[in-house]
Ligand binder design. Sequence first.
Ligand code: ATP
Ligand code: MG
Ligand code: MG
Ligand code: MG
Length: 484
Amino acid sequence: MKTAEIKRRYLAHFEANGHTVVPSAPLPAIDDPNLLFINAGMVQFVPFFLGQQTAPYSRAVSVQKCIRTPDIDEVGKTSRHGTFFQMNGNFSFGDYFKAGAIPLAWELITKSVEQGGFGLDPERIWATVYLDDDEAIEIWKQTGMPAERIVRRGKKDNFWSMGIPGPAGPCSELYYDRGPAYGPDGGPEADEDRFLEFWNLVFMQHEITDVKSKEDFTIVGDLPKQNIDTGMGLERMASILQGVDNMYEIDEIRPVLSRAAEMTGKSYGAHSGHAASESHPDDVRLRVIADHVRTALMLIGDGIVPSNEGRGYVLRRIMRRAIRSIRLLGWQEPALPILLPLARDCMSPSYPELAEEFGRISTYAYAEEDAFLSTLKSGTTILDTAITETKSSGGQKLSGDKAFQLHDTYGFPIDLTLEIAQEQGLQVDQDGFRRLMADQRARAKADAAARKTGHADLSAYRSALDAGGPVEFTGYQEITRESR
Ligand code: ATP
Ligand code: MG
Ligand code: MG
Ligand code: MG
């Protein structure tokens, strides 16, 4: 079943059950420095849950575009984490609660494909509940779920929040057993690759604050009403229904992955079994490329442009990682002019605006890649020389001076210096680097102050010149030139 069809069936099921279809909010929709991007379907409904606003409907259904940057290190290594993904969700604002949400979910996933459902084999489905939630256990049993496939789990997995202060609550999750080829038996507690989490039903009833981690927060009190917030990973459901090993192999992502494999002469999947943990490093890189190209497309599509701070910096890092990954696989030319149009073709059936705005999107994307490639070209030679020198003199740490020079003179980003040095078994004197950065900022401040008062303090320029030599900016500075 195609991803677009899964989405359509999800919306249709809940619409037939009295839910209003609400469009996805744009990725950067909220103004909260702690949450740069929407990370779940419920985010656009927060004021309804908190009782700050009255919802214009008591039941809603949506397919929300999401970004989870904390998952970026998992991408490609697990079967199930994307930086960008889509979350199907149904919501009740003080309307139905557990006894409504569980049967509605069960019906959709077990109803046959012919009848408009997803046709999952009930024998393969497991449910988890929050520690003491006997009520949820009872409702699951009424669906026919045997007690041995209902598992109690703690806060880390079964108490959901956005990761920032706001509405939260205990939850009940659905897992699909993909079989012994994917890992050992024993349910979600034993192996989360074999037992794939695909749907989370959150019983939204508390407000939390002081959030330090998934397990460390303070409950302020109860929400005015008992609500339901669910999230089903669209790509995860697609990987189940399409019978593929991971989310990067579904119809909306695979063409980009396959093309990247072709470009680099890699035979994707040739060396590995079904379990993500057995993956060949080249395969992991190909998945990273496919994920990150799609993420970049969706972010620029929603108005983010590469920059050195905030959301733009997240985009920049994601793009750099895709570009570097394909270079590490042996492709030295610009890759985005080949891969980005493919990602667009995969996604535009669901998001037609991507096709309409591709001129703008691709201009930013290709300029960013060009700029990064020239940065890499100038910086890599210098870094390689510095690494060789450090090693041959018996050192284990690249100097802060060198890291700063790379950053300042060649626009070579510090995270890349760290990454490359680490690959070569070296550390970087980050304290030294930070000191030089601070000095530079102080000089810039003095300069700005001088400009304001009209008294230029030339000594600042002089010492900057003495310290760093003539300054020639390349790379990222160029991206700001809109004409490119
Ligand atoms: P996991 O434990 O696998 O990291 P999660 O518990 O963090 O998932 P939830 O916060 O419960 O995920 O989100 C609801 C649903 O969204 C999940 O059940 C899953 O189907 C989907 N989902 C979550 N994170 C991702 C991701 N990074 N990529 C794709 N789908 C995701
Ligand atoms: Mg997670
Ligand atoms: Mg989980
Ligand atoms: Mg979950």
